[in-house]
Design a protein around this ligand. Structure first.
Ligand SMILES: CC(=O)SCCNC(=O)CCNC(=O)[C@H](O)C(C)(C)COP(=O)(O)OP(=O)(O)OC[C@H]1O[C@@H](n2cnc3c(N)ncnc32)[C@H](O)[C@@H]1OP(=O)(O)O
Ligand SMILES: O=CC(=O)O
Ligand SMILES: [Mg+2]
Length: 362
């Protein structure tokens, strides 16, 4: 039980730190593209990726070798200082709070590039106290460095305890921007018997009933349909509800089977349909998939605009193509229309596509 009053949440946690935000801006973030700033070949590509992806994230945690942790941190500072990110957001993923690197990550990055950093992703968050720790230290570092806008916090949901505490984590600070599912660490922490980074598993399935023989017993040799199930449905749905409750944004996380672009698209689309606003991209090939999946389709926008036009003042019920539409379906349509408008502001190709859709008269 928190002893803070509601208004305390909107006071800076250090004298001289910027005032906390009251609303988290809905900035497009279809793909959060990970790069290792200590990998020179990868890092060299980052300036040219500005404008092609909504978020560039300099990763300092898992996937960066222990020997390269300092080089990654310093590489990120160099890239951030030398690059004009224009409309593209710059995020980082710091090392975990129990690691030997995280304090230096924060005390180096905030003074050096704090004005350019939009969001800090915190891995392996277990409970609100983890967010409180980062919240206070960020306020102190922002105050000392004279940073003018608060750096936001994004937590990865990748421990069983984190999932159990998800609501409290979302509400732990006005800096909370969103959550990502971390299926790889979460699987390990839960002791799931998988060996993958995200995605499904052919063994997690439901099988059609067996036909019965004359003896009334199941015919085990009969061919039966099987339906692979989604390992992540429960956690994503729980994360989406927690984020929506707190006015912050949910994301799918990594899809490690880089070459299976079809299954990657399916996983991303499931997350989009359930309410996620974006996903991670681990390889350039995943950026295009994410941008396509997390942008409403032409068909959806055409239909949504028809519903908006037909619903007039937004009350009552109408029939369109044999289906009943009312206030509730109108609200769903407005989610898509408003998302399309936001995306059109930063993506000229998408704007042209949406502008070309014939819009019915109101
Ligand atoms: C569970 C988790 O925590 S997930 C998050 C942590 N993991 C990550 O961040 C992984 C990030 N991605 C990567 O490290 C790499 O993409 C790997 C290791 C998966 C594959 O790398 P490669 O074997 O080099 O892939 P591939 O040969 O297809 O790369 C093609 C080109 O894209 C570049 N590239 C690959 N990944 C990236 C990236 N994330 N960002 C920018 N460029 C990239 C490569 O440098 C290569 O460049 P080149 O054509 O000039 O040689
Ligand atoms: O960090 C991500 C994960 O899946 O673990
Ligand atoms: Mg992880």
């Amino acid at each position: 039980m928190s002893h803070k009053s509601a208004k305390d949440f909107f006071r800076p946690l250090a004298v001289g730190a910027p005032a906390p935000l009251r609303e988290i801006p809905a900035r497009p973030s279809r793909a959060i593209h990970f790069f290792d700033p200590s990998n020179e070949k990868m890092a060299a590509k980052i300036p040219d990726m500005v404008g092609t992806v909504d978020v560039l994230l300099g990763n300092l945690e898992d996937a960066v070798k222990a020997d390269n942790k300092v080089a990654a941190r310093e590489g990120l500072v160099r890239i951030a200082q030398a690059t004009d990110f224009g409309p593209t957001q710059l995020w980082t993923r710091i090392n975990s709070l129990d690691s030997p690197w995280v304090l230096d990550d924060l005390t180096t990055l905030v003074p050096a590039i704090g004005e350019k950093l939009d969001v800090i992703m915190v891995p392996k968050v277990q409970e609100p106290a983890d967010i409180h720790y980062v919240d206070r230290i960020l306020a102190q570092l922002e105050a000392k460095a004279g940073i003018t806008k608060p750096i936001l916090i994004h937590a990865i949901l990748e421990t069983a305890r984190g999932v159990a505490n998800v609501e409290e984590i979302c509400g732990a600070s006005p800096r909370m921007q969103g959550l990502s599912l971390g299926p790889a660490d979460l699987a390990a922490d839960r002791k799931m018997k998988t060996t993958r980074v995200g995605g499904g598993h052919p063994g997690y399935l439901v099988r059609e009933d067996a036909p019965r023989g004359e003896d009334g017993l199941p015919d085990l040799d009969a061919k039966r349909a099987i339906f692979q199930q989604d390992l992540w449905h429960y956690t994503i749905a729980k994360m989406v509800d927690a984020c929506a409750t707190h006015g912050i944004y949910p994301y799918y996380g990594p899809f490690g089977d880089i070459k299976d672009t079809v299954a990657c698209e399916d996983q991303f689309r499931n997350a989009f349909l359930l309410g996620c606003v974006g996903t991670w991209s681990l390889h350039p090939v995943q950026i295009k998939i994410a941008n396509r999946v997390f942008s409403p389709s032409v068909e959806d926008i055409a239909h949504a605009r028809r519903v908006v036009a037909a619903m007039g003042d937004g009350t009552g019920a109408v029939m369109i193509d044999g289906k009943m539409e009312d206030d509730a379906s109108l609200k769903q349509c407005l989610v898509l229309v408003e998302l399309a408008e936001k995306l059109a502001e930063i993506d000229p190709d998408l704007k042209a596509t949406y502008d070309a859709i014939e819009t019915p008269e109101a």
